[in-house]
Ligand binder design. Structure first.
Ligand SMILES: [Zn+2]
Ligand SMILES: [Zn+2]
Ligand SMILES: [Zn+2]
Length: 235
């Protein structure tokens, strides 16, 4: 095993970081894809509240503040159980694999930290900022180009529904190399599939009444800051 030869070295640390990020992106890609399949309907339903009721086809992609899809159900911050439970399983499995491979504890700790922090940064922080206006990264030269490109691909994800009602493209958030690899990448918007939308709404019982109850239980969520823009701006 390569790790047995490495004590804590620069190369070892960089290799651990890079590997962990790739594993985290891979897991994030497949978890997101799983949520858009029908394998675990109750998990999918949670994610589709975000897609169809909060940033749905009739609503703007961005508002002054992030609209949380976890009101009234179990969550940590604004991360729903549909992400938390599978992530915990993935994290524990990675730990198990590293222990079996005899990875030194220092690298195990580093890997687990990265496997925890990277998804929080990418799939929670960055994703939520894709649905708000005036994110600071849009003012920083190089970050701006990367972020706006990723955000456009995520907008396409929100609007690409097949006729059975499944979202089928752009499952990455910040990075789309696994979308390229597994051929789920779409660089252009396509006309919104209302038939698919109706199928999904029916399958998961995502009625407008659900939106109204979400709105009722947390008014703060939907209140608008004075002067904040809520105008739709599809990029
Ligand atoms: Zn999604
Ligand atoms: Zn999403
Ligand atoms: Zn989104």
């Amino acid at each position: 095993m390569i790790y047995e030869r490495l004590h804590v070295t620069f190369v070892g640390v960089v290799a651990t970081l890079v590997d962990s990020v790739v594993v985290a992106e891979f897991a994030g890609y497949w978890l997101h894809r799983l949520l858009h399949s029908d394998k675990f309907p109750s998990l999918s339903r949670g994610h589709l509240i975000h897609h169809f009721l909060i940033y749905g086809p009739r609503q703007p992609m961005r508002a002054g503040e992030y609209r949380d899809a976890t009101a009234n159900r179990f969550s940590v911050g604004n991360v729903g159980i549909e992400w938390l439970a599978p992530s915990a399983i993935i994290l524990l499995s990675c730990w198990g694999v590293m222990a079996l491979l005899g990875v030194p504890p220092v690298y195990q700790a580093l890997a687990l930290c990265t496997l925890l922090c990277w998804p929080i940064l990418m799939f929670s922080y960055l994703h939520d900022r894709m649905h708000t206006e005036n994110f600071w990264m849009t003012r920083v030269p190089l970050l701006r180009a990367w972020f706006l490109k990723a955000r456009r691909l995520h907008d396409i994800h929100h609007r690409s529904v097949d006729s059975e009602g499944f979202m089928d493209t752009n499952f990455g958030i910040g990075f789309y190399f696994f979308d390229r690899f597994f051929r789920t990448m779409a660089k252009r918007h396509r006309p919104f599939n209302w038939q698919g939308y109706q199928a999904a709404i029916g399958r998961y019982a995502l009625e407008e009444t659900e939106l109204l109850s979400l709105r009722g239980c947390s008014q703060a969520l939907f209140h608008k800051e004075p002067g904040s823009k809520t105008a739709s701006r599809m990029t």
